[in-house]
Design a protein around this ligand. Sequence first.
Ligand SMILES: C[S@@+](CC[C@H](N)C(=O)[O-])C[C@H]1O[C@@H](n2cnc3c(N)ncnc32)[C@H](O)[C@@H]1O
Length: 248
Amino acid sequence: MDLPRSFTIAESGHRIHNPIDDRKLAQLGRALRLEPGTTALDLASGSGEMLCTWARDHQVTGTGVDISAAFTAKAKARAEELGVAGRVAFVHGDAAGHVADEPVDLAACIGATWIGGGTAGTVELLQRSLKPGGLMLVGECYWRLDPPDEATVKGCHAQGRDEFRSLPGLVDHFGDLGYDVVEMVLADQDGWDRYSAAQWLNIRRWLDANPGDELVGQMRTVLDQGRANYVRYQREHLGWGVFALMRR
Ligand SMILES: C[S@@+](CC[C@H](N)C(=O)[O-])C[C@H]1O[C@@H](n2cnc3c(N)ncnc32)[C@H](O)[C@@H]1O
């Protein structure tokens, strides 16, 4: 049980595996007015940057669960580096169906809503770990611009145009699920570049250092095709944001 190696190669240098940059992640932490001692659960926590920096800046405590052994190891190392290893723990495992032993103040899934079978299922999953009145954070894609054709839909890795909603459609969807959207921080295109363009140097350096690896052909395609799709389709058409929700 692990993330395919192609992802850990492409995102080997990333601290944040999403188009929200460190500045916006800090902005989100401040916007939520987190009290010292806030307890948190982060499903699909990646390299742990959110929990680690919020433990440092807001004295949050909590657990992150991620299916990537490599990212989980990075998260633990980051916690040590920031001096917060006593406040946050990172577990390597499948977060699908994961519910906290004790209900938490803040439950998050930032950019991995497939773990609950989509937005609605992930909201339901997170709710099972939340204290009454708690905050939920969901990171999700939306169409920044309507995709004009099927090539754009495919180039954005969507199964169909219905896979994502517009921004108003997504906010309405959270409302239909019974939640108030109480805050949001949206990625901008510079943030997308930090997530997507930052993969190109990771991959190119890996290709140079590992000419005999069985993944060379695949990673060359990821670099060439991924970059073309990104500049042609994703950068213009895909939006992404973190939405803070409270149950009505
Ligand atoms: C887009 S990244 C987001 C990571 C992190 N939330 C962040 O913002 O940096 C998606 C993450 O989901 C993790 N993941 C994918 N499937 C998972 C699963 N079933 N259970 C736990 N983690 C999973 C991947 O390993 C990866 O770290």
